[in-house]
Write a protein that binds this ligand. Structure first.
Ligand SMILES: *Cc1c(COP(=O)(O)O)cnc(C)c1O
Length: 406
C-alpha cells in the first residue's frame, strides 16, 4: 500500500473516467525528496541524474537546482536533456555509441565521456581530433570491476563483476591507461574511472562497492604514476517496491561517502542515481472497468495496463497501489460488478496473461468505477513501456505542484 500525496489524490478524484488512465507527477514532492538526498551527501560528492530513469522535461528541470549534471546514454537523450536543461553539465555514457552520436556530443560540448570499450576509445580519439581539435576531451574509462566481497549478491540487476557487455574488462586497464597517457591520443585526457555495477543495492552494499571502486582506481593511478581526479561510482540505489514507504538510507550513505572522500582529498567522487531520485514522485491512476471471478479468484480489469506501466511485468513484482472507492452514483443502466472476496488481482486491458499490475491486493468490495492509484511509478515506468501494443489510447500526463521554490 502506498498513499498518494494530497495533490495527486485530489487530481485523481477530479478527473473524468475518459481522462484516465493518467500519469501524475508531484513536482513539489520530487523537489523535497531530492533536496533531502542532496543535503545528506557531502558537499564534495557530485550528484548526476541518470536521465534514462525518467526524462520528462518537467522532471529534468525540477531536478536542476539539486544536481550537478545529468548522465545521458544516447544521442536522443543528449539532444533532449540539452534542450530541457540548457547549459547543464552532461556525461555521455552507455554501450554502442555510434560515430554520429559521438560527433553530436563533441559538437554540443559534452563535458565527459564514459568510454565503454577500446574500440570506442579509438573512435572518440579520431572524432575528437577532427571535430574538436582545440579541446581536450575528458574521458572516464568505465570498468566492469569484480567486487568479490559479496556486495553485489543482493542486487536486482548486475551490470558488473561478471561477463556483460558493459564497460572495459579490468584486464585491459593497463593498455587503456597507456593509450591515454603515452601521447597516442593527445586530444583525450584520462580524467578518471567510471563504474556502475548493479542496481538495487542498499546503503551498506553501495558503500562497499564504492570503496572497492575507489581503491581499484587509486591503485591503478599509483601503478602508472598518473593522477586520476574523478571517480564515478554509478547509480543503482535501492527502491523497494514491496515496501514503498521505505527509503534508501541516504544519511548512512552520505556519511560513508564522507569518510571515503576524506581519505582521498584530491578525488572528486560522483554518483549518478536514476530510480531512487524520481521513482516516488510518479503515480499511475486509473479506474476499474470490471470486476470478475475466475476459478475462485477475483480480478479487477482496469483501463490501461502494463503497456503504460511495464515496471511490474519487467521486474516481476506487484506494483504498490491504493484504491480510491468512488462515491459517484453508478451511471449505467446495467449492474455494477463487484469483488466477492477480500483480495483481487489487478490486470489491464491487454490480451495477454502477463498484463498483471498487482496480485493479491486487499480490496474487499472493490467495484467497477473505483479508482486505483499505483505508486512508485516515477522511474522506469511510462518510458520503458510498449505503448503501441493493442493500440489503446495513451494516458494523460499531469505535473502537479511546483517545479521551483515558491
Ligand atoms: C541506468 C544507469 C544508472 C542509473 O541507475 P538507477 O538504478 O536508476 O539508479 C546510472 N549509471 C549508468 C551507467 C546506468 O546505466
Amino acid at each position: 500500500m502506498t498513499l498518494p500525496t494530497p495533490a495527486v489524490r485530489a487530481r485523481v478524484t477530479a478527473l473524468r473516467p475518459e481522462e484516465l488512465p493518467a500519469y501524475l507527477y508531484d513536482l513539489t514532492a520530487l523537489r523535497e525528496h531530492v533536496a533531502g538526498v542532496r543535503a545528506a551527501l557531502p558537499e564534495r560528492v557530485e550528484l548526476y541524474y541518470a536521465a534514462k530513469a525518467n526524462p520528462e522535461p518537467e522532471i529534468l528541470s525540477a531536478l536542476r537546482p539539486y544536481v550537478d549534471g545529468y548522465e545521458v546514454s544516447s544521442g536522443g537523450e543528449l539532444a533532449h536533456v540539452g534542450k530541457a536543461v540548457p547549459g547543464a553539465p552532461l556525461a555521455f555514457g552507455g554501450p554502442g555509441k555510434t560515430p554520429a552520436e559521438v560527433a553530436q556530443a563533441l559538437e554540443l560540448g559534452v563535458e565527459r565521456f564514459h568510454v565503454e570499450s577500446v574500440y570506442e576509445l579509438h573512435m572518440l580519439a579520431d572524432l575528437a581530433a577532427r571535430l574538436a581539435p582545440e579541446r581536450r576531451i575528458a574521458v572516464l574509462a568505465r570498468f566492469n570491476l569484480s567486487v568479490d566481497d559479496g556486495s553485489l549478491d543482493g542486487s536486482s540487476l548486475a551490470m558488473g563483476g561478471r561477463p556483460t557487455p558493459f564497460g572495459l574488462d579490468p584486464a585491459q586497464a593497463d593498455d587503456v591507461v597507456a593509450l591515454l597517457t603515452d601521447g597516442t591520443y593527445p586530444h583525450l585526457e584520462l580524467r578518471g574511472i567510471h563504474a556502475h555495477l548493479a542496481s538495487g543495492l542498499e546503503a551498506p552494499e553501495q558503500l562497499a562497492v564504492a570503496g572497492a571502486i575507489v581503491t581499484w582506481s587509486v591503485r591503478l593511478a599509483e601503478r602508472h604514476r598518473i593522477t586520476l581526479s574523478e571517480v564515478t561510482i554509478g547509480g543503482g540505489m535501492a527502491v523497494d517496491y514491496a515496501e514503498p514507504e521505505a527509503r534508501f538510507d541516504w544519511a548512512a550513505f552520505g556519511a560513508g561517502l564522507d569518510r571515503l572522500a576524506a581519505a582521498h582529498p584530491d578525488l572528486t567522487l560522483r554518483i549518478e542515481p536514476g530510480r531512487a531520485l524520481t521513482a516516488y514522485c510518479g503515480w499511475y491512476a486509473t479506474e476499474v472497468l470490471d470486476v470478475k471471478r475466475s476459478h475462485g479468484e477475483d480480478f479487477a480489469v482496469v483501463r490501461g495496463g502494463t503497456h503504460h506501466l511495464r515496471t511490474p511485468a519487467t521486474k516481476g513484482h506487484d506494483q504498490p497501489c491504493t484504491v480510491l472507492p468512488s462515491d459517484e452514483p453508478w451511471p449505467h443502466p446495467w449492474p455494477r460488478s463487484a469483488a466477492e472476496g477480500d483480495r483481487v488481482t489487478v490486470t489491464g486491458q491487454l490480451c495477454t496473461p502477463k498484463d498483471v499490475l498487482a496480485r493479491d491486493v486487499p480490496a474487499p468490495g472493490l467495484r467497477a468505477g473505483d479508482r486505483v492509484v499505483f505508486g512508485v511509478a516515477g522511474a522506469y515506468a511510462w518510458n520503458i513501456s510498449h505503448h503501441d501494443f493493442l493500440m489503446h489510447p495513451r494516458p494523460g500526463f499531469h505535473f502537479l505542484g511546483s517545479a521551483e521554490d515558491a
